[in-house]
Design a binder for this molecule. Structure first.
Ligand SMILES: [Mg+2]
Length: 300
């Protein structure tokens, strides 16, 4: 069942179209010109528009032009059904984005078949769009922890940095690494290791603010990007995370683990790119690791 909008100023023809398509269980609505069509489309997007061309007010071609202008309406298929049979009109209508063009008088069987074909295409495209959106989402999410992944982190950081530079807002980031994770994996196996990473991810999420973006950067390394967060606040947040993880007993192994953290605040003068900024934060993490772990080090 599809929702079809019939745009036709000739009541008799509109009735006929409704009669022909009525047996297919479609939800049919009828308006008499382009303006009325736009109004109705705004409230409820149809799966297909069957439109006359010559109508008082906004005609069929004008309607198609309007629909092409907005993202939400561009993909609604239109079939023109019109007495304008010259090839110039047909070509113009199709160039405006119509999927089909039928000239009056038309035969019922042909209208039915063309409507069915247009709907099949429309629904296949809808499915494809949905699948694409899901793939995009998947490509940006780490499947184990369900946090954002490295790719998303890189994209987000690039945008967040230019925003921070433009509006003179602070932006901080912290790199978090689970201490002695290799030992956990070697002792308990990778499945347990994975459970620990999932649990750590959950802790990081609860510790982060709404605006922060928590990512799994790779392996047992996590990155939290904190827009509008000052140096002092982010260092305090890092300490909070260190304490929370240190005080958490991981049920899969029966005791707590520690994390090392590197924290940095973006400096547009020094950090010429996202990469140089992250390199500073990473160096701070390295320092935390090297100076005994279970600590927070600030980027210099
Ligand atoms: Mg007409």
């Amino acid at each position: 069942m599809a929702s079809i909008l019939v745009v036709e100023d000739d009541q008799a023809i509109a009735q006929m179209i409704k009669l022909i398509l009525g047996k297919h269980n479609h939800q049919l609505r009828h308006v008499s010109n382009g303006e009325e069509a736009l109004q109705i489309i705004n409230e409820n997007t149809p799966d297909l528009i069957i439109s006359d061309v010559m109508m008082p007010g906004l005609n069929g071609f004008g309607l198609a032009e309007q629909l092409q202008k907005a993202n939400e309406t561009r993909s609604i298929p239109i079939i023109f059904v019109t007495a304008l049979s010259q090839i110039e009109y047909v070509s113009h209508g199709l160039n405006l984005g119509a999927v089909d063009y039928l000239t009056k008088p038309f035969r019922a069987l042909e209208l039915e078949a063309r409507v069915n074909a247009a709907l099949r295409l429309k629904f296949a495209q809808d499915d494809l769009r949905k699948a694409n959106a899901q793939l995009n989402e998947l490509a940006l999410i780490d499947s184990l922890t369900e946090l954002h992944n490295f790719r998303y982190a890189s994209e987000f950081l690039g945008q967040a940095l230019s925003h921070a530079a433009r509006y003179y807002e602070p932006l901080s980031a912290m790199m978090i690494d689970l201490d002695y994770f290799k030992k956990v994996n070697d002792t308990y196996g990778h499945l347990t290791g994975n459970e620990i990473l999932k649990e750590l991810a959950a802790i990081l999420k609860t510790q982060a603010r709404q605006a922060d973006v928590v990512c799994r950067y790779g392996g047992e390394e996590f990155l939290i990007i904190c827009p509008k967060n000052s140096k002092e606040n982010s260092v305090a947040m890092a300490e909070r995370i260190r304490n929370t993880v240190g005080g958490h007993k991981f049920p899969h192994i029966g005791w707590s683990l520690t994390v090392s953290l590197g924290v940095g605040t973006y400096d547009p003068q020094r950090d010429t790119s996202a990469e140089t900024f992250i390199a500073r934060v990473d160096a701070a993490l390295y320092q935390a690791k090297n100076s005994g772990r279970n600590r927070v080090c600030e980027a210099s």
